[in-house]
Design a binder for this molecule. Structure first.
Ligand code: RIB
Length: 299
C-alpha cells in the first residue's frame, strides 16, 4: 500500500490466457492449423486490478490461484505490476484458472475454466471484511462464485463502500443486487441478457448507475434527464481482449480520484482505446499520462 493513498480493492478471477490466433474458426469435427500461440496474464479480476494499478492506483487484489506454475507466475506478475497480492491465496490440488482465447479477424472468443477462482468462498470474504471495509472502492466481476459476489456486495452495502460490479460473464447476475451496488457496467449483450429489454429502457431504470459499454463507440448512461453517450476514441485494434477490463479499472481509478461521472467514463474510454493496440489483455493497458495525452489530442 502507498502511504495514505486511496485504496481500490478488486475481488475476482486470475487466469492464464492461452491465446491462439487463427484465420478462421474451425467447424465441428474439423482440425485446422493456427498461426500463433502465446500465454499471457489475464482473468477479469486481475486485468481490472492491473488496469487501475498502471494508472497509479493503490490496488489490492482478493482472489485464488492454484499451487502450480501458472499460479506462481501470475502472482509474481501482479506483484510486479504493483498490485498488493497479500490476499491472494494459493489453493492446493486445484489448477489455476485458464482462459482459452481464440483470436480471429480481430475479434475474440473466450472459454474460461475457473479452477482455483471457484475456491474463493464466502468464508474467506467474511474473514477479510475489515480489508474490504476500509477500501475507497471495490471492483468485482462474475468469474467467481455467485455467493462470493453476494457476500462482497453485502459488506460494501453495509459499510458504505462504493462498488462497481462488472457483470461478465452475465449469466449468473442477480438483478436484486442492483439495490446494493453503485455502478453496473455491462456491455450491450450483457445488458440485454440481464434486463431483457431495450438498452434505452434499462438505462432509464437505473440513472447514473447503469453504464453500458459500446465497444469502439464508447459508453452510455442515463443521468436522470438525458441519455449521455460518451464517444470512444479512434484506435487501431490488434486485440480487444481486456478492453472492458481496462474500462472498469480506469473507471474505478477516475471515480476514487473524484472525477465526475462523465469525465470518469471519458477517461475510461480513452484507457480502453489504448489497451486494444497491443496483443494480450494487459500488455496495452496505459499509464495515466498516456490516457491524458489521448484525451488532449482528441481535442
Ligand atoms: O476480459 C478478458 C478476460 O476474460 C481474459 O483475460 C480472460 O482471462 C477472461 O477471463
Amino acid at each position: 500500500m502507498k502511504g495514505m493513498s486511496i485504496l481500490i480493492t478488486v475481488v475476482g478471477s486470475i487466469n492464464m490466457d492461452l491465446i491462439v490466433k487463427v484465420k478462421n474458426i474451425p467447424v465441428q469435427g474439423e482440425t485446422i492449423l493456427g498461426q500463433e500461440f502465446a500465454t499471457s496474464p489475464g482473468g477479469k479480476g486481475a486485468n481490472q486490478a492491473v488496469a487501475a494499478a498502471r494508472l497509479d492506483g493503490d490496488v489490492r487484489m482478493i482472489g485464488c490461484v492454484g499451487e502450480d506454475v501458472f499460479g506462481s507466475e501470475l502472482k509474481s506478475h501482479l506483484h510486479y505490476e504493483n498490485v498488493n497480492v497479500s490476499n491472494i491465496r494459493n489453493v492446493p490440488n486445484t489448477s489455476t484458472g485458464v482462459a482459452n482465447v481464440i483470436i480471429s479477424n480481430n475479434d475474440n472468443r473466450i472459454i474460461v475454466v475457473p479452477g482455483a477462482n471457484y475456491e474463493l468462498k464466502k468464508a474467506a470474504i467474511t474473514a477479510l471484511k475489515d480489508t474490504i471495509s476500509y477500501s475507497n472502492m471495490v471492483v468485482i466481476q462474475l468469474e467467481i462464485l455467485p455467493e462470493t459476489v453476494q457476500t462482497v456486495v453485502e459488506i460494501c452495502h453495509e459499510k458504505n463502500v462504493p462498488i462497481i460490479l462488472n457483470p461478465a460473464p452475465a449469466e449468473h447476475f442477480d438483478k436484486q443486487l442492483m439495490s446494493k451496488i453503485n455502478f453496473l457496467t455491462p456491455n450491450e449483450n450483457e445488458c440485454r441478457q440481464i434486463f431483457n429489454m431495450e438498452m434505452k429502457d434499462a438505462l432509464e431504470m437505473y440513472p447514473n448507475q447503469l453504464i453500458v459499454t459500446l465497444g469502439k463507440e464508447g459508453a452510455q448512461y442515463f443521468d436522470g434527464q438525458n441519455h449521455v453517450k460518451i464517444s470512444g476514441f479512434p484506435t487501431k485494434a490488434i486485440d480487444t481482449t481486456g478492453a472492458g477490463d481496462t474500462f472498469n479499472g480506469a473507471l474505478a481509478f477516475a471515480l476514487v480520484n473524484k472525477y465526475d461521472l462523465s469525465d470518469a467514463v471519458l477517461f475510461a474510454n480513452a484507457a480502453a482505446s489504448l489497451s486494444v493496440e497491443k496483443q494480450g489483455a494487459q500488455t496495452g493497458m496505459p499509464k495515466k499520462e498516456d490516457v491524458e495525452k489521448r484525451i488532449a489530442f482528441s481535442g
